[in-house]
Design a protein around this ligand. Structure first.
Ligand code: ZN
Length: 425
């Protein structure tokens, strides 16, 4: 179990957490060769280069309908430029979204010139997005042949055989439908997608590690997948291609192998959950999303159902790996104010010694709230979904938002929570 914190560049601390907590359990439970997905925490706050101290007014939070061209100096001092729509104009800089949905934070101190055009802003179409994805892989130093596989809601660039991207595309599309209907039945209406979602599927860990370096999330390099908030894309690699085997060339063969490797499905579902939630109105990129909520949601959905022929079915199964860890935490280290420390800020997720326990508790708390207080949980989700970018809550705001949904009596809530989790199997 390892978690790392690191500084990517001066003034910007990115916490990249790798969760290796499930290796031993999965080895025991499934005799599998792989641990459960090692997850990249998408903590939008720490991805933001320059969150403003001064809160922008509501007017400055309305996305511009037209394209702006911004010239600025990058962190190395090089002149560069970017085109897109301005999402937020803060006193200390600009948050801009380009046509691939990548977010750019440009501090005033490095902004050279801004040209506002009359040109309406549009997202890339699937062909343009596919080309952009391949360009990024080339920039990362990945020379393989790529193909672009497009489905209703996704554009995938893959260096794998087509069978792998087709299998992944089918799983992702099933996820879209399942996620939408799950929340619709629980009074949270997802918004339609504004643009197709980008996905990279690399053929092996080496390419994946190169991409993680390029994305400046080196701690993800030894994981199995990540969702990058900035670029809005998922990056995966073919977990079904082991060194002993050549890559699977039919969808049926990918599926057969995936059934033997639970992480292959869990990773896709976990990262896809993040991406859907950030793109369909559940969370807002670069807003103050509590990590216990975003990760709890992804872990709630990731639990693989190995009896299913498709490897994933039935939402909300008990995540046995997380439950096992939570119980161990509960027996040995958990403090009476653990709910409070989990929700008031993200610090437990950023601490190498505490993060795996925090993950397990985030799963358990999410499971408990969805199963016993769905109306309150949906209200809380709605409140969080309305948060504006670049505004960061302090612990009191976090606690107040939680209390307004779930009540102020956390002692009773904790009692109910522990009684509930004690009965889980
Ligand atoms: Zn995650």
């Amino acid at each position: 179990m390892q978690h790392r914190s690191e500084t990517i560049n001066p003034g910007l601390t990115r916490r990249q957490l790798l969760d290796r907590g499930c290796l031993s359990l999965f080895a025991a439970s499934f005799a599998s060769i792989s641990p459960l997905a090692m997850q990249h925490v998408c903590d939008a706050k720490v991805n933001a280069a320059s969150p403003s101290d001064e809160e922008p007014s509501a007017d400055e939070q309305t996305p511009s309908p037209t394209v702006s061209l911004i010239k600025f100096r990058d962190e190395a001092g090089q002149e560069t430029s970017v085109e897109g729509r301005v999402l937020v104009r803060a006193s200390d800089g600009v948050l801009l979204e380009d046509s691939a949905r990548r977010l750019w934070t440009i501090p005033s101190t490095r902004l050279e010139a801004e040209t506002k055009t009359e040109q309406p802003f549009e997202f890339f179409d699937p062909a343009q997005l596919g080309s952009r994805l391949i360009e990024e892989c080339r920039s990362a130093g990945i020379d393989s042949d790529f193909h672009v596989h497009t489905t209703e809601n996704y554009v995938m660039a893959a260096s794998t055989p087509e069978a792998c991207s087709e299998w992944t595309g089918q799983l992702l599309e099933r996820m879209q439908i399942a996620f939408q209907s799950y929340w619709k039945n629980r009074r949270f209406e997802l918004t339609p997608l504004a643009a197709p979602l980008p996905v990279l599927i690399l053929s092996n860990q080496t390419q994946f590690a190169k991409m993680a370096e390029f994305d400046r999330t080196p701690a993800s390099a030894t994981g199995q997948g990540y969702y990058l908030v900035t670029a809005n894309r998922i990056v995966l690699f073919d977990l079904t291609a082991s060194e002993a085997d050549s890559p699977a060339t039919t969808i049926a063969e990918v599926q057969r192998r995936a059934q033997r490797i639970p992480a292959s499905v869990a990773t896709v579902v976990h990262e896809a959950t993040h991406q859907i939630a950030f793109n369909r109105g559940m969370h807002q990129r670069y807003a103050d999303n509590p990590v216990w909520l975003t990760e709890g949601m992804a872990m709630y959905f990731e639990a693989p159902d190995l009896k299913s022929r498709r490897g994933w079915s039935g939402i909300g199964k008990v995540n046995t790996a997380r439950l096992f860890r939570f119980r161990e935490f509960l027996r040995t280290r958990r403090q009476p104010d653990s709910i409070e420390t989990l929700i008031r800020d993200n610090s437990r997720f950023g601490d190498a010694d505490l993060a795996i326990d925090a993950y397990s508790e985030a799963w358990a708390l999410t499971y408990f709230l969805i199963r016993t207080r769905i109306r309150e949980y949906s209200q809380y989700l709605t409140a969080i979904s309305q948060k504006l970018p670049l505004r960061w809550d302090d612990p009191e705001d976090r606690l107040a938002a939680f209390e307004s949904a779930f009540g102020a009596d956390r002692t009773q809530l904790n009692r109910d929570f522990l009684n509930f989790t004690a009965r889980l199997k």
